[in-house]
Each structure stands twice: as structure tokens, then as C-alpha cells.
Design a protein around this ligand. Sequence first.
Ligand code: 5GP
Length: 139
Amino acid sequence: MGTIFTQIVEGEIPARIVYEDETTVAFLDANPLAPGHTLVIPKAEYERLNDVPDDVATDLYATIHRMVPAVEEAVDADASTVAFNNGEEAGQEVPHVHCHIVPRFEGDGGGPIHGVAGEAPDLADDELDDIAADIESRI
Ligand code: 5GP
């Protein structure tokens, strides 16, 4: 049996699907953080962004790009937070990659994405240089 999201893709469990194409689907989150909270997923099951092949990643981003203005306009949002919990330690509960589009409203009491990590590290310039070089070398 696949993930709960694969079951949605297969029509085995109901969901409020708002967009679907050959490789991606968008549907309302069952426990919305705000009206219009939408999830965008690849139909195929990949646990993390790191596992998504290039062509599917392109399709996934194209769908996110289309969905963000549609979601914001539908609920008259002022803004949105668009994010992935990429891995269990980052808070991912469903092991099927998904992008959250959370509509945001002035004075909604929420915060920016800067609040998701723990205490900010105090990194020296040479440490930042090493990290930047290491990342660059892996691309
Ligand atoms: P995660 O913590 O993995 O990033 O987020 C998983 C999200 O999936 C949660 O916001 C949760 O409310 C949503 N979710 C879990 N099960 C279902 C489901 O069966 N249907 C829908 N539409 N959303 C679900």
C-alpha cells in the first residue's frame, strides 16, 4: 500500500483536489493552518525533494507556480508561506514529498519561516566560506 497521498492520487481516499495533470496534483490540506491551505505533490511517490528526478521537479515547481496566485486570490490572502518539510527531522510526517501553500493574512498571528529552525549558529567568516565552497562543489 502506498502513502496516504498515493491513495489520494489513486482515488482510494477522498480529497478536495483543486488541480491535476499528468505528473502532479494539488489538494486541500485536511487540517488547514489557514483557509485555502493547499498541498502540491508529484503523483509518483518520492520521500524527499532530494529523491525527485529533474523532470518531475520541473513539473512540480510549475504547478506550485500556478497554484500560489490561485490559492491566494481564492481566499483573498495578503501573502502566502510556501514551504516543504523536507525530512522527518524537519517535521515531515507524510513520506511523500509535498509543498505546503499556506495563505497568510495581515495580523494572522503567524511568523516568518525564520522561526522554524533552532537557535541560530554564530559562524565565523572562514566557516561560512568553507560551507559555501562545500555546497558549490556538490552541484
Ligand atoms: P507534513 O508534516 O508531512 O509536512 O504535512 C503533512 C500534511 O498532510 C499535514 O498538514 C496534514 O494535515 C496533511 N494530511 C495528512 N493526511 C491527510 C489526508 O488524508 N488528506 C489530506 N487532504 N491531507 C492530509
